[in-house]
Write a protein that binds this ligand. Structure first.
Ligand code: ADP
Ligand code: MG
Length: 708
């Protein structure tokens, strides 16, 4: 029996943020004036003076060295979607007496210079003009990452080209946070909350993932090279019994979760909720929401730490949106709200939303924003892996819509119909039919799990984001589109003579004009697809279709107005998206060809040899070999189909390379190469069901999904 007495003896208060250079630690280590300056920058924006940065650098170094760090790195988020780091030690020239003086200067803290040409730049940087800079983001705290390299001091940074173009995900996010702060403040001030100096975005990202045995993972080239299975027959059991969701967490997974929590708490990530998800081997972790920039950095740390801790447990964490066909894929619900620095959540309707005029205005603006830019929002959640979820008969649909729930829907209807909302539906008391159960108050609204963008009490939950994706883009887009609607409302309010009348008119007008985006029904149904089309809502079925939403005139006008992206930055991002789509599918195609030619066809040949030998032996023994013959026939048919499909895939894959235009190539990969991949998968999966399992060269779906 395992001894559980030591489990759960973790002192969270002691370890929480122990690896983070928090404000608290700065307060202890910095002169009061420098500390005050940092607080001011965090609160009001602006830059830290060079001399203060020098003091901070020194204190940061002392703290990091005390934690055993030998190196520091500028930690940034290039357009690969993952993080990047280059380690530098604190070592300097030895002194004349041979002694080593460790150093870390303000210059090293503030600015780094990675070679920009080796990261995706979509033509913004050519290889001969490679300068790019990483710049310290003072709003996200430095932390120490513990890895086999030893503890490393990580400094969150933004990554820009020599000419100031964003080459990363953080820079536009920070720009969008400034934009929404400025516009939201105008609204808040107009409503009389003049104390508020800042409106921040709060984000809580729920992260889904799969855990499989590492031995199995390593035997599957498709998982190793592409993160998802490209082959695999369905096991006898999938998720149809609903017995995994919220099921008892298995021992090995529990041990992983336990270590994961500790590692995340040390990094200041508020790991809060853990549970089994719908698909077998699928799980979820949710942290408590926090400021959007920090939440974005933390989500990267969550993903990275999941992978590392899984490795330590002999497991592999799969973050791909669709690692296995036939069971649910993984997403990342992005919970989003706005809060003032004096504690008002602008998305909190209160008990009687019909009386909360500020809330109704904010809501009307968000509805307008999502309707006006549904295409951009859809784009922000697209990546190659997410094409297997959005618009592909799995949650949520590719059509963007807003779910409000009964209570708000009723208020909106009253406003649109009569211009006034005189009542709010109440939740009432839950009737369980059991006298000993305590009466509980119900929410004003039930949940809807099929909506991509759902109001859930005091926040919106954007459910379309892919599990492996950075949450930077979805939040950048959300902030940008809502800032634009706020700006329009604030301009009108500023110019109006009668505040109350103008606010009333704006709410009514925005809601009436944009109510088509509201949908409270079943987002998975065929009827909704038709209904959405009637309403004129965009249905961008895949990533490639969504790319050019970034450079429509309305998108360029929006981003340039609020200084979030320049036209050049948008065009470069489009180019990168097309390129990464084609490259990803290309890797998948090559992996399929390699697996079929080196593993599956040889396995089929071995089995058909065994069968034909048996046919002869059985016949010689004077009995009827028709069973063996029939199986042999079926195997041969599959081998034939596989061989032809493999040749075809090989051919179309080669042709893909001759297409020079990135957009054209992406469409080609989507339409031609993917179809050829499907053609190859079908007979291969059928062969798997025929061949003796001893001869099948890779672990099966059953092995991977049920053996952790
Ligand atoms: P669900 O039932 O949808 O799984 P939870 O109540 O577990 O939702 O919350 C999901 C996430 O939403 C958590 O990360 C939580 O911290 C976050 N969240 C809660 N309130 C807010 C808010 N006001 N703004 C942003 N995120 C929030
Ligand atoms: Mg949720």
């Amino acid at each position: 029996m395992k001894d559980y007495s030591e489990c759960g003896r973790i002192n969270i208060e002691e370890i929480f943020a122990s690896k983070v250079f928090t404000l608290d630690k700065m307060k202890e280590r910095l002169p009061a004036d420098v500390y005050e300056e940092i607080l001011k920058v965090n609160r009001e924006g602006g830059e830290l003076s060079y001399s203060s940065a020098e003091t901070v650098a020194n204190a940061m170094k002392e703290w990091a060295i005390a934690q055993g760090a030998t190196h520091y790195t500028h930690w940034f988020q290039p357009l690969t979607g993952i993080t990047a780091e280059k380690h530098d030690s604190f070592v300097t020239h030895p002194k004349s007496d041979g002694k080593m003086l460790l150093s870390f200067s303000a210059k090293e803290l503030i600015k780094g210079e990675p070679d920009a040409s080796s990261f995706p730049s979509g033509g913004l940087r050519s290889t001969f003009e490679a300068r790019g800079y990483t710049v310290w983001d003072t709003t996200s705290p430095a932390f120490i990452k513990e890895a086999s390299t030893g503890p490393i001091l990580c400094i969150p940074t933004a990554f820009c080209s020599y000419t100031g173009e964003a080459l990363d995900k953080k820079t536009p996010l920070l720009r969008s946070l400034e934009a929404i702060n400025e516009q939201a403040l105008r609204i808040v001030h107009a409503f009389g909350n003049t104390e508020a100096k800042k409106v921040s975005v709060s984000v809580g990202a729920e992260q889904e993932y799969f855990l499989i045995d590492r031995e199995n993972y390593l035997k599957r080239d498709d998982l190793v090279f592409t993160g998802r299975t490209l082959f695999g027959a369905q096991p006898p059991k999938g998720q149809e019994m609903d017995d995994h969701y919220f099921g008892v967490i298995r021992e090995r997974v529990g041990a992983f979760m336990n270590d994961l929590n500790v590692e995340l708490w040390k990094l200041g990530v508020t790991a809060k909720t853990q549970h089994n998800e719908v698909a077998p081997a699928q799980h979820e972790l949710a942290p408590i929401y926090e400021e959007a920039n920090i939440a974005t950095d933390h989500n990267q740390l969550v993903m990275e730490t999941m992978k590392r801790v899984a490795f330590e447990h002999g497991l592999t964490c799969l973050l791909h949106e669709k690692p296995f066909a036939g069971v649910n894929g993984s997403g990342k619900h992005n919970n989003w709200s706005l809060v003032t620095d004096n504690g008002v959540n602008l998305l909190d309707p209160g008990n009687t939303p019909n009386e909360n005029i500020q809330f109704l205005l904010i809501l009307a603006c968000i509805i307008k924003a999502v309707d006006t830019h549904a295409d951009l929002l859809r784009q922000s959640a697209s990546d190659v892996g997410n094409d297997h979820r959005l618009g592909a008969s799995e949650a949520p649909p590719a059509i963007m819509s807003v779910f409000l729930g009964e209570q708000l829907d009723d208020v909106v209807r009253q406003l649109v119909e009569t211009g006034e909302a005189s009542r709010s539906l109440e939740g009432g008391v839950l009737q369980t039919g059991v006298s000993t159960l305590i009466d509980v108050e119900k929410d004003g609204t039930d949940r809807n799990r099929t909506s991509p963008f759902a109001f859930t009490g005091n926040k919106f939950e954007f459910r379309s984001v892919g599990s492996s994706d950075s949450i930077a883009s979805p939040n950048t887009i959300l902030n940008a589109i809502v800032a634009e609607a706020f700006c329009e409302a604030a301009d009108r309010i500023d110019a109006a003579e009668n505040f109350d009348n103008e606010v009333h008119d704006i709410i009514k007008e925005f809601l009436a004009k944009h109510q088509r985006i509201i949908f409270n029904g079943d987002g998975y149904s065929e009827e909704w697809v038709k209904e959405a089309e009637r309403r004129g809502l965009p249905n961008l079925r895949n990533m490639v279709d969504a790319v050019d939403t970034l450079t429509t005139p309305k998108a360029i006008a929006l981003f340039e107005k609020f200084g979030i992206f320049t036209r050049a930055e948008l065009e470069s991002r489009e180019e990168i998206l097309y390129e990464s789509y084609a490259k990803t599918i290309n890797i998948e195609a090559l992996t399929m060809i390699s697996m079929v030619s080196k593993k599956f066809i040889p396995a089929g040949i071995r089995y058909s040899k065994l069968l034909s030998d048996t046919v002869n032996a059985v016949e010689n023994a004077g009995t009827d070999p028709s069973v063996q013959s029939r199986i042999l026939d079926r195997v041969q048919t599959r081998l034939d189909l596989m061989y032809k499909a493999m040749e075809r895939l090989s051919e179309v894959e080669k042709k893909g390379h001759s297409i020079t235009d990135a957009k054209e190539r992406a469409f080609y990969y989507r339409d031609v190469v993917r179809a050829a991949m499907d053609e190859l998968r079908t007979p291969t999966d059928e062969l798997e069901t025929l061949v003796d399992e001893q001869l099948w060269p890779v672990p099966t779906y059953g092995d991977m999904l049920f053996e952790v």
